[in-house]
Design a binder for this molecule. Structure first.
Ligand SMILES: Cc1cc2nc3c(=O)[nH]c(=O)nc-3n(C[C@H](O)[C@H](O)[C@H](O)COP(=O)(O)OP(=O)(O)OC[C@H]3O[C@@H](n4cnc5c(N)ncnc54)[C@H](O)[C@@H]3O)c2cc1C
Length: 500
């Protein structure tokens, strides 16, 4: 029996653990032991069930991610394998509307915007989100020649330079930064497109214009939807998906399916060592140790770095070069009849240029059916990010007061609306920043760890922060190790019948 030690019980570590369990059930002689520093599994995926004060139901509060991108297959595949596919929850698109704060006022995001590219003429021409010079500058994308890329060189640039070059500064400040940079809680001046949205760079090369490229994408999506309409009884295909019981339903089902008896929580790995026979030893925070034949390090880059430094200085240096930023989400509940503003929207984006404490607000109970009992509502505010780390020095109570003041000022929350409860979730150094050079750093980490038998790294710090990317990274880590043992793992057999 060969044992893989998995360090970290976030969704990447659980993705690795579940992959080992599937390999074992295929008849391979492998097992895992997972070690998680926190008392709970799931890492940044954390859902709290909060009883309603009048015991009429409960609120479902997601503290970290509240959804995943529907077009990415990994969460659907895992949901099918673990039997929770029927609990996937689409957004309530009958109330789909996004507000963007611009010059102190809320404007509806124009219909047809894809990423930051308008693809429908009338909504774009009539929106007050952009000035006329701003609109004309955006339309010039149709005529600006594509960037020349030298053969053999990585085509990379920052989000800022790309958007300003193609569509102008107003598009960056009013749309691309809050929509694209905001997803990654990243600074557009630093954010690498090759590492985050390489497709944008390809679109420029293939179509010579982002507007042309996105119009083609929209037409393709519409054609696919016509060709494969939602059948009676099928769930609608929305852009984002969650789970009926919150995102933690996914990590809980993964932990159950992988085998909780092989997972230890409340214990951290302080050192990784090679054993004289070529195996691995993890020294643990309680003074004990555990031996294995391989190790998957599925932690944040800044916690992986000290574990890797004694093993490979170049990997550790590359890990240390991945910046991270902290953030917090605050979920606050109210009586629906007290809030005093129109709840028919998914939320509000606050561009950096507006200089607000609030980066974004989600109307959680509008976006996701069942997040609050009838007659109550749940709002979620997002603060922090690379431009406002200072705010996280405030106490929980101060943060709640700050966000309430922003809700009043920006959303129009009635000043007399009394919060039923609030929950603050802090994510210390929780968001890796994929800055220019990230692709090379990750390639170096992967190339060097390929040369160290029995070692693999996984998680949101490398090839995508999204939950589906993290699951796949955990699975890839296990495949790397197991293939070194001469084992070829079978593909998962799940019916994949989704077209987006
Ligand atoms: C506020 C917020 C909102 C987000 N929203 C979305 C979203 O809507 N959709 C989406 O797809 N993604 C979203 N993300 C990104 C996504 O949540 C993360 O990228 C993903 O959950 C990271 O998973 P992971 O397993 O790589 O890392 P983590 O979840 O950070 O897990 C790593 C684990 O390793 C443990 N650990 C660290 N060091 C040690 C050690 N020495 N020994 C033992 N254990 C250790 C940690 O305690 C932690 O539990 C969001 C992230 C944040 C912070």
């Amino acid at each position: 029996m060969r044992r893989i030690i998995i360090v970290g019980g976030g969704v990447a570590g659980l993705g690795a653990a579940y992959k080992v369990t599937r390999a074992k059930s295929e008849g391979h002689d492998v097992e895992f032991t997972l070690l998680e520093k926190d008392k709970r599994l799931g890492g940044k995926i954390q859902t709290e069930m909060v009883p309603d004060p009048s015991e009429k139901g409960r609120f479902i509060v997601d503290g970290g991610p509240d959804c995943f991108l529907t077009e990415k297959p990994a969460c659907h595949r895992i949901a099918k394998l673990t039997g929770i596919f029927d609990d996937e929850l689409p957004t309530d698109d009958s109330r789909k509307r996004t507000w963007i704060l611009s010059r102190g006022r809320l404007h509806e995001m124009p219909d047809g915007v894809m990423m930051f590219a308008p693809t429908k003429f009338v909504p774009f021409a009539t929106t007050h989100l952009f000035s006329w010079p701003g609109k004309i500058r955006m339309a010039m994308d149709l005529f600006i020649p594509r960037k020349k890329v030298s053969p053999g060189k990585i085509n990379d640039e920052t989000l800022e330079s790309f958007v300003v070059r193609r569509m102008g500064r107003e598009c960056l400040d009013r749309l691309a930064e809050p929509l694209v940079g905001g997803v990654h809680a990243s600074d557009p001046k630093q954010m690498s497109l090759a590492a985050t949205f390489p497709r944008l760079l390809e679109m420029e090369q293939n179509y010579g214009s982002l507007l042309k490229a996105f119009i083609a994408v929209r037409r393709k999506v519409e054609e696919m939807r016509r060709k494969y309409p939602v059948k009676p009884g099928e769930k609608p295909r929305t852009f984002f998906t969650s789970f009926v019981n919150g995102m933690q339903q996914l990590t809980d089902s993964m932990a159950n399916a992988a085998g909780r008896e092989r997972m230890r929580t409340g214990i951290s790995v302080s050192t990784l060592q090679r054993t004289p026979r070529g195996g691995w030893r993890a020294l643990l925070s309680d003074g004990s140790s555990i031996d294995g034949d391989a190790v998957v390090v599925a932690t944040e880059s800044w916690t992986a770095e000290p574990l890797l430094r004694p093993l490979d200085v170049a990997i550790a240096d590359a890990l240390a070069a991945i910046p991270t930023s902290s953030s917090a989400t605050l979920s606050i509940a109210f009586n629906e009849n007290e809030v005093g503003f129109n709840l028919n929207a998914f939320g509000v984006l606050c561009p950096l240029i507006e200089g607000r404490a609030l980066m974004a607000a989600t109307y959680s109970s509008t976006k996701w059916p069942g997040r609050a009992p009838i007659g109550r509502i749940l709002l979620r505010g997002f603060v922090g990010g690379p431009h406002n780390q200072e705010i996280l020095k405030r106490s929980d109570e101060e943060l709640v007061q700050t966000v309430l003041a922003e809700f009043r000022d920006i959303l129009g929350l009635n000043p007399f609306a009394k919060p039923l409860f609030s929950r603050v979730f802090r994510w210390h150094l929780g968001m890796p920043q994929y800055t220019v050079g990230h692709v090379k750093r990750v390639e170096l980490i992967e190339d060097r760890s390929a040369g160290i038998p029995g070692l693999a790294l996984a998680g949101g710090c490398y090839r995508g922060v999204g939950v589906p990317n993290c699951i796949e990274s955990g699975e890839r880590a296990v495949s790397k190790i197991i293939s070194e043992w001469g084992i070829d793992l079978a593909e998962d057999h799940v019916e994949e019948k989704r077209y987006y």
